[in-house]
Design a protein around this ligand. Sequence first.
Ligand SMILES: Nc1ncnc2c1ncn2[C@@H]1O[C@H](COP(=O)(O)OP(=O)(O)OP(=O)(O)O)[C@@H](O)[C@H]1O
Length: 230
Amino acid sequence: MIEIIDLSKKYGNNAILENVSCSLENQRIYALVGVNGIGKSTLLNAVTQPANLDSGKVEVDGINSQKYESKFHFFYVPDSKEMFLNLTGNEYLKCIIQLYRQDVVKSDETLKKLSIAFKLDRSLNEYIANYSLGMKQKVYLMAAFLSGAGNLILDEPFNGLDPESVAMLKNLLSEYRDRGNLVLFSIHNLDLVANFCDDIVFIDKQRKVFQTENPKDFKQLEDVFFQKCV
Ligand SMILES: Nc1ncnc2c1ncn2[C@@H]1O[C@H](COP(=O)(O)OP(=O)(O)OP(=O)(O)O)[C@@H](O)[C@H]1O
């Protein structure tokens, strides 16, 4: 559960988000949609990094995001794919399991299953620096699932993935949602939005944020996007 209350964020004098509020519930998959440069990553950064907030408040599972304990309630995969390059995939994932205080034996089993599903099982002893873009995306997504956090916040998680991996990620995210968790991810592909998520969080052309249930119809979704966001 994520509650965003009156959040504002400027870069210098450039106001990107002003008094944004929205309420995201458990057991839902939310797509964050808007044109390039409108503020999707800024919003996700502000939600996950309280130091980035100019004003306003974010609560994750009812815990103020300024509080240390809130960190265990979400996992953020930012759009940068240049993180932890000096670790092997395996080292990185083991660190995440420890950091998020997950059961080591159970997590090792999940790690094995995920690495096979993502076809990374033969690459986990290589440095992340040597991974392709899609392999980096996969290892950071595996970390998200291994964290056990109830709220996954993913910046463009489908970028760099081949069609088989896209289908697999959709399944994994749906299963994660069905276990009572929340997923919020930014995306440009309206097709994928229409056929996948439960709700849509739009940032419109005035940078106002509004939510709708997914109409599950591409044409309807495209109409809303062109009327409100472009
Ligand atoms: N660190 C920064 N300093 C100054 N301006 C920034 C910074 N980061 C982002 N911006 C500006 O804030 C605005 C929103 O950027 P943001 O990356 O949040 O957009 P986005 O919706 O995620 O874009 P895209 O779809 O292209 O990824 C843009 O005008 C961008 O230039």
